[in-house]
Ligand binder design. Structure first.
Ligand code: MUC
Ligand code: MG
Length: 361
């Protein structure tokens, strides 16, 4: 089988509800759809989200790097020769989401050629995952209303709150969410580098007792000394996200104490590098969470395909719900959340681990 042609198709779909966070905001999914065509008629598909404030890529740069550099080098190669393909991709530095999308589209072809779901080829651990929903900036009461709606409509029992300055707003939101959701709903925070390490320490002090489970990318990981001190002192894991897009970054940050948990995002790591990252983390006993790049349905399918394939990636709720805030999507048949509507306030901590809010590959 040979790669015959690669398409990089830019498109734009507005979000019904834009998402704001410390490093930027998303008002439309101005993504790139990748299609790899083979001489056997199989077509591999992936979705690629440009995040200039995270990786420096734009919709135009993704189209350009794929059509001008990657496609001419990959046409004629066998999609099963993944190591050779990655050798070619590695000749160009950065461009993480363009490379990740190509890798996922190749896996799609491999799954079709084998007649097997990719999630089983990757690991085949389970057929579903708990879902975590990401809450962007909003007044505390609006955040609570949104979380209650997602819990009752979709059975989602885990929420990631985007935080920023002033710290008082974040701290108030944490208290309002905990009071309104009860103690059994999991809440964690993501500052997208919006604080200093000392500000993060202050928030942790002033939210003590609220049972927050994780703190993601609180400050810039380049501020190595204060970040290391935060990781040492924090009572909850400090998750690396944009500081750890590659396996090399994961090694550096874990070994230097820049984080002690890792967000794995298939949109920037593909499945191949995500497996290397997962191997590093499980080998070192480091928790992982399946993160989200405010993905479309196609991107979300990639995340759950990978997350459900392994025990460690399906242990925690995966960030799988942001496509619900889009005004439209590319799939003709929308993906369906199989969670049961929440019957009422949760009664015990164990209920956070039941079958509510599940999504499967
Ligand atoms: C996240 O976890 O940070 C926001 C920007 C981005 O690149 O990913 C999202 C979510
Ligand atoms: Mg993050």
């Amino acid at each position: 089988m040979k790669i015959e042609r690669i398409e990089a198709i830019p498109y734009s779909i507005p979000y019904a509800k834009p998402l704001k966070f410390a490093s930027g905001q998303v008002t439309e999914a101005d993504h790139v759809l990748i299609r790899i065509h083979t001489d056997t008629g199989l077509v591999g598909t992936a979705d690629t989200p440009p995040r200039p404030y995270t990786y420096g890529e734009t919709q135009e740069s993704i189209v350009a790097v794929i059509t001008r550099i990657f496609a001419p080098a990959l046409v004629g190669m066998d999609p099963l020769d993944r190591q050779k393909v990655h050798q070619v991709l590695a000749r160009t530095i950065h461009n993480q989401t363009a490379k990740g999308g190509l890798d996922i589209a190749l896996w799609d072809i491999i799954g079709q050629a084998a007649g097997l779901p990719v999630t089983r080829l990757l690991g085949g651990f389970t057929d579903s995952m708990q879902v975590s929903h990401m809450l962007g900036f909003a007044p505390a009461q609006a955040l609570l209303d949104e979380a209650l709606r997602f819990r009752s409509e979709y059975g989602i029992g885990t929420f990631k709150l985007k935080v920023r300055r002033p710290l008082g707003l974040d701290i108030e939101a944490c208290h309002v969410l905990r009071d309104g959701l009860g103690e059994d709903t999991e809440i964690y925070l993501d500052a997208n580098r919006g604080w200093t390490a000392n500000e993060a320490m202050e928030v942790l002090r002033r939210t003590e007792g609220l049972g927050l489970s994780l703190l993601e990318e609180p400050c810039d990981a380049k501020e190595a000394m204060s970040r290391r001190r935060l990781v040492d002192k924090s009572p909850i894991p400090i998750v690396g996200d944009e500081s750890v897009p590659t396996a090399g970054d994961v090694s550096r940050e874990l070994l230097s104490g820049g984080c002690n948990a890792v967000s794995i995002k298939t949109a920037r790591s593909g499945f191949t590098e995500a497996q290397q990252i997962l191997g590093l983390c499980t080998g070192l006993g480091v928790d992982v969470v399946m993160g989200n790049q405010i993905d479309t349905q196609i991107g979300t399918i990639a995340t759950v395909t990978f997350g459900a394939a392994h025990e460690a990636t399906s242990r925690r709720a995966g960030e799988l719900s942001n496509f619900l805030d889009m005004s439209d999507d590319l799939l003709a048949e929308p993906i369906v959340n199989q969670g049961r509507p929440d019957p009422g306030p949760p009664r015990s901590r164990r209920r956070g681990r039941d079958r509510r809010g599940k999504a499967g590959p």
